[in-house]
Design a protein around this ligand. Sequence first.
Ligand SMILES: Cc1cc2nc3c(=O)[nH]c(=O)nc-3n(C[C@H](O)[C@H](O)[C@H](O)COP(=O)(O)O)c2cc1C
Length: 302
Amino acid sequence: MTSLKVNINGVDFKNPVIAASGTFGFGEEYSEYFDVSRIGGISSKGLTINPKAGNEGRRLHEVTGGLINSIGLQNPGIDEFIELEIPKMRSLNTVILANMGGGTMDDYLAGASKLDKADVDIIELNISCPNVKSGGMAFGIKSCVAHEVVSEVRKVTKKPLMVKLSPNAEDIVEMAVKCREAGADSLSLVNTFKAMAIDINKRKPVFRNIFAGLSGACIKPMALRMTYEVAGAVDIPVIGMGGIMNAEDAIEFIMAGATAVQVGSANFVKPDIMLDIIDGMEAFMKREGIKSIDEIRGIARG
Ligand SMILES: Cc1cc2nc3c(=O)[nH]c(=O)nc-3n(C[C@H](O)[C@H](O)[C@H](O)COP(=O)(O)O)c2cc1C
């Protein structure tokens, strides 16, 4: 029997394919199109302590092989998530990761304290948000700042703590090691790459904030390299993502050392693409006589 089951920080996943934050809402809309219970898990839309309306102006822009977004963490806030969304998410019968962001340390601590008591399986800490006290610099850029936020959040929750790394970090390996030292139970990577686009007719940047986040097929080789590097530097589960569009891409990340993968932009191409990825992974394993994902994890590392 071929098994795609994985365990991350004591949480059982029926397979290693998780919907990436911000690209799958809270999963409910998709349940009209396919059996969402078949996927390994859902990382919620990025949550903040207060509701957020998100950024003004253009929010999504397609480029060759990818997507640039400037959503600005639009979300209903953690209280509404707990009250209204978690019960609906639970009925989807898959693992729930609560993806959380914040602008200040206090935001992160207040949010994590609330999520600690909520019915979620894992807290995924998005440290790509600006740290107001450090002059608007993202927590995810400097590893010492990331160390501080992860250490403090660690003190207010006993839930498994997955820290989501930014590819824009000064040194992603040092960042991973520091987050591990600060108490992360697992790491997910990568978030979007800082990018931009210019509207040549308006002679202006497409996005109000000029810079925005690039995702999709075009980032895969870089995301894969970072996953490989980070998986070699830490002894905790690493969840890889960035441009996974099919089963072969997902298997590459597992062979680079990832315990599981997340799929983001591909959901916009085909809403049930994660089922194709799960079926394709299973078919590959059967064809190759592989019984468990453990047999191929990190196998490309030599
Ligand atoms: C429209 C959009 C919204 C996103 N929102 C979030 C978010 O709220 N929190 C977060 O951690 N990542 C967010 N991401 C990043 C994705 O979760 C993922 O890290 C990134 O898109 C790379 O994976 P992909 O190439 O498969 O899309 C967002 C990505 C997109 C495209």
